[in-house]
Ligand binder design. Structure first.
Ligand SMILES: [Zn+2]
Length: 384
């Protein structure tokens, strides 16, 4: 029996639901790239007709003010012919209205999304996602919704609908609560199938990341990195520029270790540029580049603007950081970047150190007398 386990994630599931509805309805032209609210349908300003899609052939590309991301889940002026342009597998033909319909018995999950749930012992949860030839996909399953999880769920994947526990293309078969990852380069379009099997009952967090063809995504909306979209129940223990600090130290209410294992979320759509254990003092660090839409720019706290910014997530659990993400992964707003790790050297307890930069400068030191190239991350997120 599948159940929802996202304590913070009704909106997360809802966002997937909205995306699903859009896919099933066919991805129609939209007239504006106005930021959308969480849980709000992706489509807005739908234009009748669409003349074959103003983004035809441009899924994951751009021309003038017209652009859409590699999965057509975020776009400024998207394609009406999602299935044929974005390789929607078995879709594309369907009578009257077309759209993308997953095979019977399989639940559609989009590349660039994260879902959570649970599996009973001996049970199965089955997902499918459309793949595009030439792109690389990484399917990452971490037991539980906050580390460490419980139980033992096994991941099976295949590009063949005959996927079963005895016929598969990838089965990491890691024991217990170890994360499981299947990655592959698609040599054709169509569907990719996933089974999560409950070797022992447990909960899971499943993400599909995409790499490869197509330009980096554009980000129009930023959310808090913890407990989005409100950020409630967390506080800033050391603000930007306090003691030459280059970021904000975010702690969860409830005591010094209350945030250990808490999920950290990408503040906006972007491309991972760094995901590794950065050593003593840092533990895991993730950096994501965010591009403004063509012709647009982000307003910076204190004045000025930038066409691109980099968000940094520090003190991420090092055990998971390079499993969960790799440089080149396209990550979406609200997808997990990892979990808060144990107390970093020199700190008084677990927390998220969040930075926002205007340059690509690697992990750095977290503190500097000069903040040139850095902005107040919380003010930036509020303003964008
Ligand atoms: Zn800090």
């Amino acid at each position: 029996m599948k159940k929802r386990v996202w304590s913070q994630g009704e909106s997360r599931v809802g966002m997937t639901g909205a995306l699903l509805a859009t896919l099933l309805a066919g991805c129609s032209d939209v007239a504006s790239d106005a930021p959308r609210g969480r849980g709000e349908p992706v489509r807005r300003g739908v234009q009748a007709g669409g003349s074959g899609g103003s983004c035809a052939g441009l899924c994951g590309g751009s021309a003038g003010s017209c652009w859409c991301d590699t999965s057509c889940s975020t776009y400024g002026d998207c394609c009406s012919n999602y299935a044929s342009v974005c390789g929607g597998g078995g879709g594309g033909g369907g009578g009257g209205g077309g759209g993308v319909t997953p095979p019977a018995g399989w639940t559609l999950i989009s590349p660039g999304s994260t879902v959570g749930g649970s599996v009973i012992s001996g049970g199965q949860v089955r997902y499918v996602f459309p793949k595009v030839s030439g792109r690389t996909y990484r399917v990452v399953m971490i037991p539980g919704t906050e580390a460490p999880g419980t139980g033992d769920i096994d991941l099976y994947t295949s590009g063949d609908s005959s996927l079963s526990l005895s016929s598969y293309q990838c089965r990491p078969y890691a024991g217990g609560t170890a994360p499981e990852v299947c990655s592959f380069a698609a040599t054709s379009g169509g569907w990719n199938y996933l089974i999560l099997h409950g070797f022992a009952a447990g909960a899971y967090t499943l993400s599909v990341f995409e790499q490869g063809a197509g330009p980096a995504p554009h980000a129009t909306t930023f959310d808090p990195a913890v407990n989005p979209p409100s950020g409630a129940n967390w506080y800033n223990a050391q603000g930007f520029r306090e003691n030459n600090h280059l970021g904000a130290d975010l702690n969860r209410n409830g005591g010094s270790s209350a945030d250990l294992g808490s999920v950290i979320y990408a503040v906006a759509d972007g491309t991972v540029t760094y995901a590794a254990n950065a050593g003593t003092g840092w533990n895991g660090v993730v950096i994501v580049r965010h591009n403004a839409a063509p012709g647009a720019a982000y307003s910076l706290p204190g004045g000025g603007s930038a066409a691109a910014v980099w968000s940094l997530y520090g003190h991420v659990h090092a055990t998971y950081v390079s499993i969960w993400l790799q440089p080149g992964d396209v990550i979406r707003r609200g997808q997990p970047v990892g979990v808060v790790g144990p107390t970093p050297s020199g700190s008084t307890g677990p927390h998220l150190h969040l930075e926002m930069r205007t340059a690509d400068v690697g992990p750095g030191d977290g503190y500097d007398a000069s903040a040139a190239g850095w902005v107040d991350p919380l003010a930036f997120i509020s303003a964008n």
